[in-house]
Design a protein around this ligand. Sequence first.
Ligand SMILES: Cc1cc2nc3c(=O)[nH]c(=O)nc-3n(C[C@H](O)[C@H](O)[C@H](O)COP(=O)(O)OP(=O)(O)OC[C@H]3O[C@@H](n4cnc5c(N)ncnc54)[C@H](O)[C@@H]3O)c2cc1C
Length: 637
Amino acid sequence: MIKWERFFNFRGVVMALNPLVDSRDVRFVLFEMFDAERLTKFDKFKDFDKDTFEATIELAEQIAVEQVYPVNMEGDKIGCTFNPDTKEVKIPECYKEPMKTFSDAGFPGLAVEPEAGGTGMPLLLYNVSSEYFIAGCVSWFMYVQLSVGAMNLIKTFYKGADRDIILEKMMAGKWGGTMCLTEPDAGSDVGALKTKAIRQADGTFLIQGQKIFISSGDNDMYENIMHPVLARIEGDPRGTKGISIFLVPKYFIKPDGSPGEKNDVECAGIEHKMGIKGSATATLSFGDNGKCIGYPMGEERKGMSIMFHMMNEARLQCSLQGLAVSSTAYLHAVTYAKNRKQMPHVMQIQNPDAPSVAIIEHPDVKRMLLWMKAQVEAMRMTTQYTAMNIDLSDAADGEEAKEAKALVDFMIPICKAGNTDLAWQVTAEAIQVYGGYGYISEYPVEQFARDCKILSLYEGTNGIQSIDLITRKLLMNREQYFFRVFKKRIMETVENAKGVVDYKYISPLIRGIDKMDEVIDVLMKKLASGRLMQIFIVATPLRQAMVMLTHAWMHLWALTIATKKMHELVGKVTAEEREKFIHENVEAAYYSGRVLSGQFYIGSEFKNYFGKIESIMAEENAVIKSTDAIYTGAMAE
Ligand SMILES: Cc1cc2nc3c(=O)[nH]c(=O)nc-3n(C[C@H](O)[C@H](O)[C@H](O)COP(=O)(O)OP(=O)(O)OC[C@H]3O[C@@H](n4cnc5c(N)ncnc54)[C@H](O)[C@@H]3O)c2cc1C
């Protein structure tokens, strides 16, 4: 087991380094940028204060570092196994003890209302805690994510008499859950699903069909599994309009709350995959013997809108996966770069006697690390800001709640696709920092890259996220209300930065918004004249540009605070004195790091935004002209 003290007393600072998440940065984002404490002024969160928030974060950090992180590599090596005789799945045994600690500490119900048996904390705190757990082990936390998602769905839409028993068991971490949408011919196109629901006289339904790629679909982590299943009631319309949702328990529930007879749902096998090997990805057969009972959840034919109800939180959890795996990849790369010695310093290149230095001294490695740091911070700010707005949209009222909701809807695809695309790039860069060792399985970073690739594929591929952003959230949103709220917030940040931050880091944001306005204007004209192909070919580039604009906004916000703090801490001194001070004072080192990553992002990385905009405006139609004949290769089947 990893000794906690090793990380906790770093140069006497209370919030110390761990290999997963920069806890100092978490506090900066939560309390210095977003003033999370103000949530406690609302009735909904009045029982909490900054101390309870702090205690929650510290506990999450402790469990993640001491119990979850140590099972990460082991779970990857062991993986999951399927027994075709019993049709049961075994997960890595080492996952079970951390799950007990996590559940006993009350984390599954942290953000669930007290009336439903939870603690009722803001979602923001659950999400901040999640960053630690996911960074500890992506696969392990997937069991939690699926269960908590299913639990929230049951809480809101399931009306059966056993609802409270189910919630209690799930909150205690004894029963798990899944989300059963995907079928062989229904991936992105959920409306094409074939699973049938046959109405019974007693109000239940017989479910018949097959679901594939179901995370946590079968496992021995839990005594019972609750499957929310999308299916079409016989006779209902084709497409998404005809979809309903049903609760299919693995075991029926006895009156005393214990699992009873097995329902007619079988695991037909599990996938062998590139990463998240400790997370069981199952094929499930419903009703092979004509006896699979499903209980309706919510109104019939409203299955898609019920799923959409959960979508924002589920997609934000996916964004957190991207953030968390990037965070730990970055921190591992930093530690490695501080310890690995290769070649003398570039300024000693002519000196044959010069000693080798740690690779963190080399300009190209410094650049890679600063790029990773700036990206991780941007993801953290964007994701937690969105979580905070979910809380505000629930707790506040009037205009404040309306604007918060608009921001959430607009920023969900930005977080989901932005973080998960970046995770692949950040983890790749971590391998690069490690050199050849990064490619070797004894070292941790190659697993991060393998584990994170799935994130851009599930919960709606990033292509689908881009289409959602550009159509529903932007061009087809009435008078672009979402975008107007988003712009208004950016301009508030710009105003706050004036007089504090050098104008060369402010003006790119103003120019960036002007450019985005121009793009939207052009696209609106295309929409009006029905040139849809020209809109859809730029969906992903436009979403990528929007991610950059969001990240530049967040960095400017942070830069304003960090610059002020540096003035307070260091004052007007010579460059040499400043350097010395930063070396001796960890707070100054932190704020200085924040200033530099902000300057790097806006002053260097954000230049690519304008290239992206130029490419969107270039109206290059080669993609539209490319018919399938020009793509050489096999014939279509
Ligand atoms: C490890 C793993 C875990 C999973 N867990 C779950 C789970 O728990 N529950 C569940 O229900 N599902 C789960 N899935 C399924 C996952 O959500 C789907 O794989 C995903 O939705 C994509 O569907 P598909 O694989 O059929 O790809 P397709 O839909 O065939 O897409 C292939 C490509 O075409 C693009 N594409 C498709 N349609 C369009 C369009 N209209 N416009 C532009 N581009 C388009 C996509 O963006 C993608 O790039 C999981 C998958 C994996 C691999």
